[in-house]
Structure formats: structure tokens, C-alpha cells
Write a protein that binds this ligand. Sequence first.
Ligand code: AMP
Ligand code: MG
Length: 425
Amino acid sequence: MSGQGDVGETLLSVEAALQRILAAVATLDDEEVDATTAAGRVLAEDIAAPFDVPPFPNSAMDGYAVRAADTAGATGDHPVELRVRADIPAGDIGSAVVRPGEASRIMTGAPLPPGADAVVPVEATDEPWTRTDRPLPGRVRIFRVATPGAHIRQAGEDVRQGQTVLRRGIRLRPQEIGVLAALGWPRVRIVRRPRVAILATGDELVEIDQPLGPGQIHDSNSYVLAALVERTGGVPLRLGIARDRLEEVRTRLRTGLEQGADLFLSSAGVSVGAYDVVRAAVDAEGEMAFWRVNMRPGKPLAFARVGTVPFLGLPGNPVSAAVAFEIFARPAMLKMGGRTALARPRVEAILDEPVWSDGRESYLRAVVTRRDGRYHAVITGPQSSGMLTSLVRANALLVVPAGVREVPAGAILWAQMIDWPEEVF
Ligand code: AMP
Ligand code: MG
């Protein structure tokens, strides 16, 4: 990557930076698991139906299987009377033929008997009772005309044999697991979860359970990043806190490699401070790609390889680190994890207040709500990249395009939804 990737002090657009990162990460290998444990995982194969679903025509109602032509003219006042031939519970295998003038009592999901081409629901008969402890009536009166196909689920009406039902790259939700089960597909190929090594760097940092000495703060970034990695379908590997010393950062990077990291995320140490050693450490362990992105927050960003493993050096400021994860690391992780759709849902939101930027592409922490059928946005107060609570209140990042410094109230901006929580009734 060296030579072609390093753009020095040139500002890279967010889009260009993202495209470079995506081009440099590959989808991980896949593995086979039981369908019962595959929920939430990413499908690595197309699933083509080995047979029709439903596999056979069956009744959609409890009722009577009839020949539709026999019900011609049936009304409540002038019912048609049919001889009841057989009883067909769900799972029945040897249904008797329904001949002209006949009906068979049939349960929901039971195979349609030969001869019948419609089902009359029990409610439209004088035998509104389908429990098996009710003796099979000898005759049934039909109060309603049945059209051919009425209340029948045709073979293959849900899925046709050979049809691709599920495509690789989707995240398996409960309903997709249900489709696998319906197809009798007990083992499924899924993409391995990305193992993401997370390194916090900084002499001022202490662990969550340690008291703060003078000049110290708790490391929050590695906790945020580990939680983001998990939420994005990855496995976080905590590399702890490295002091701002070259050897310490290098040692921890090597530990990450030994632990089988697929991606490195570090925080801090990539700006131009005297102790910003991450850049030098990565240079020593691998190859550096680029450094500055035209975005706010999160301008200093390193992309590199440690050995053969991609490395994203995120900024140190907590909001910058989290936003840079959202914009760069999340799509990269999704691609590695086999997903085909990488972008958050976006809505056009009306600004309820003016917002300002400095001309970089800005991601403002915002609260987006729906009012009168439209989306409205307000920012979550002070946008300092050190204030994590500005992100706590946010459900969206409001995107102010590069080159724009002021957007008046009433204008419309894209809001990238980072959460779409349930609403209070
Ligand atoms: P740096 O990139 O090292 O200049 O750090 C920028 C700011 O982020 C400084 O105020 C750091 O104290 C802060 N910072 C760096 N790492 C962390 C971390 N892991 N958790 C919370 N704040 C951090
Ligand atoms: Mg620092």
C-alpha cells in the first residue's frame, strides 16, 4: 500500500476514504452451523428450495372439501346438501376421492382430497363443528357458493421448487430461520464473525475499575468500541491500554496478530501530538495508507495493514472515535462479515433549528422524530467531540455536506439513523 495510498496532508473525502477501506477488506471465510444456532448470522450461500412449499395442496380452513360446481346457487335460504364421504385430519395420507354430490370434512393443513377443488369453511355450513369428538355427520348443508380454489393453499404458492428463497449476504432473522426449517435445511453456511482487536492508547488512561490519579481519565473508547463491535456482529478482542510508547504499541499489535485478529481498531495517538506513537508503531509493524479525512468529528484517521490485517486508527476524542467507527469501521466490518447491504437507513429530516459547520463533511449528533408524517431533527446540544453524552441522547447523525457552513431552520438534511428505537404507545 505504501507509495500509492499515502496522501500526506491532502484531505480525503469521506466517500473516498470509505471506498479505499472497503476495497482493502475482504469477506471472511464461511463455516457451517446448525440452523438452530444461525439466527443473527450472515448467510454465506444462496438457498434454493429443494421442493415446493407447501409441498401439496391443502386446506386453509376447517371446513368441507367440495367440488365447487356442486355448490352452485347455494344460499342460507336454499342450501345445497352434500353427502359426507370422509374425515381428513392434518397429516392424512390416504384421502378418499370426493365424487359429485359429496364432501369430506377437512382440517386446516390437511391435504386436499382428489376430486375436490374448493373448501367451504365450517361457518358456512350447518355443521359448524370440526372437533374430532364430534361424530362425522352423514350429510352437510352448504350455505354459500364456493369458487374453484376457494380456501385452498396451492402446492408451491409460497415457494416453488428450485426458487432461490434466501440470498447470501443477508442477516438471518427469525423468519429466515423459519424458511430454513420449512425447507428441511438443518445445516447452513454462514460467514465467520470478524475478530476485531481493540487497542486504547494514551498515558492518561486508566481502566474502568481503577481510581483516577492526577491528570488521568478512564479509558472509555475501548469499551464503546467493544460494544460497537459486538453490535455489528463481531467478536471484540481487548488489547487493553498501551502507554504512548512505540514498543508498547508494537507489542500489543503483535498480541492481536497472535490472537487471530481480522481487523485492528485503535483509538488516539494518530494526530500530530508529540506522543502520538500509533502511527509510528503501525509503520514499523506494517504499512501505512492515509491520514486525514475531510470530516467532523474525526479528521485524523489512519488506515494501514499490520502484517496482512487491516488496521483502522481512530481518533482519541470519544465522539470522534465512535463516529469514525460508525462511518468507516461499521461498513468495513459488515463487508468482512459477508453482508451485502452496508449502509444505515437514511431519512430526509427537516431542521427545527439552524446548524453550523466548518466546511468539513459534518456528522452532527441529532434527535430525529416524526411529526405530522415528516421527520424533524434537532441537534443534541454542544457538539464538542469530547462530550460522549451528546451521543447518548442521539438517535441519528445529521450529515452536513462538505463545503456547507450554515444550514437554516426549515432546510432538509439527510439523517443517518444509528438507532431506530421502539416508541412509547
Ligand atoms: P489524542 O488523539 O491522543 O490526542 O487524544 C485526543 C483526546 O481523546 C484526548 O483528550 C484524550 O485524553 C482523549 N482520549 C484518548 N483516548 C481515550 C480513551 N481511550 N478514552 C477516552 N478518552 C480518550
Ligand atoms: Mg494522546
